[in-house]
Design a protein around this ligand. Structure first.
Ligand code: SF4
Length: 316
């Protein structure tokens, strides 16, 4: 279900605590909610305001767990996002900082095929030469190859693709409406010869489901074949709404894993010994395929080059 809405601001300043670990300070979300429906989704919390709306509309109604589904099914579309964005990008106070497109949704979820708002957003990024990062699980991004390629020639563009498993059936179960893994990798292949920085996000790694050395090696070797600039693996974290939703998913689909998960996830993060073993495997694989885990370096190099280019243009 799509709900169209109008916004006054397009950019959202990321909380100071999160900025310490992220290489950008601004988020732009064209949609609220995400149809991809990944059962481990970290962003389910961002629909809390809709829970409140429902409770206000139906006082006394108990929660039935529908709120979790609302994030996947009730998609708010910011139809005037480009208009609101242009006001911010054109403002004298805007310092052309890196904008992360899609912090709590996938900008290339199925709704984007209908609304096409990313093309308007990218046209503005080109107009204002604004650096961006995008992470997606959809090959719909290839529709905008021309604009992304053009922007990457002007400034820093980071295109990351998330792949958790190469098993198509498991992927469909875990991430129902995202593109199949092979199609996601085709995105990295397509951007390989452009000026964009490309990265593989292998996250979250799900214990007992996607953590086999074979799966990890297959994904990393394929990413190496796509000549990615970096690869970022990360283990599942379970808290709040995500924890509840994921345990419900396990109980329905992998009941035998509920107890092992309870033991491993006594807290939000996985057990330390498990993490140490997994990171050991990952670090040898990263070394074997000569993959860098440093996503900051390409950004620093590209942004400093852009500054030099601008100076050169000025001196002409
Ligand atoms: S693609 Fe990202 S935002 Fe969308 S459901 Fe999956 S994890 Fe959540």
């Amino acid at each position: 279900m799509f709900e169209e809405l109008r916004v006054t601001k397009a950019l959202n300043k990321i909380k100071a605590t999160s900025r310490l670990t992220l290489p950008y300070s601004w988020d732009l979300n064209i949609y609220r909610g995400c149809e991809h429906g990944c059962h481990y989704c970290y962003a389910i919390y961002s629909h809390r305001y809709l829970e409140k709306e429902e409770k206000d509309s139906f006082p006394g109604k108990e929660s039935s767990g529908r709120e979790d589904c609302a994030f996947f099914q009730r998609i708010c579309v910011k139809t005037n996002i480009a208009e609101a964005l242009e006001k911010q990008l054109g403002s004298r106070s805007w310092k052309k900082e890196v904008i992360n497109i899609g912090g709590v949704c996938d900008s290339y979820q199925p709704a984007e095929a209908k609304y096409g708002l990313m093309r308007e957003v990218l046209a503005l990024m080109i107009k204002y030469r604004n650096p961006i990062t995008i992470s997606t699980k959809s090959d719909l991004i290839l529709r905008d190859f021309d604009l992304l390629k053009e922007l990457a020639e002007l400034t820093y563009v980071n295109i990351a693709v998330t792949v958790t498993t190469m098993d198509k059936n498991l992927s469909t179960l875990l991430e129902p409406l995202a593109s199949p893994p092979e199609k996601r990798l085709s995105v990295l292949r397509a951007f390989k010869d452009t000026a964009a920085v490309t990265g593989l996000h292998m996250m979250p790694i799900l214990p007992f489901l996607t953590d086999s050395p074979e799966n990890l090696e297959r994904i990393l070797s394929l990413a190496a074949g796509c000549e990615v600039d970096y690869a970022l693996p990360g283990i599942l974290y379970l808290r709040g709404e995500t924890r509840k939703h994921f345990f419900d998913f396990l109980a329905c689909n992998f009941p035998e894993l509920v107890d092992p998960y309870r033991k491993l996830y006594a807290k939000g993060g996985a057990d330390r010994t498990y993490k140490a073993e997994l990171y050991g495997v990952l670090s040898s694989l990263m070394e074997k395929y000569r993959l860098s885990g440093d996503y900051m370096k390409p950004m620093q190099v590209k942004l400093s080059r852009t500054k030099q280019l601008k100076l050169t243009d000025f001196q002409k």
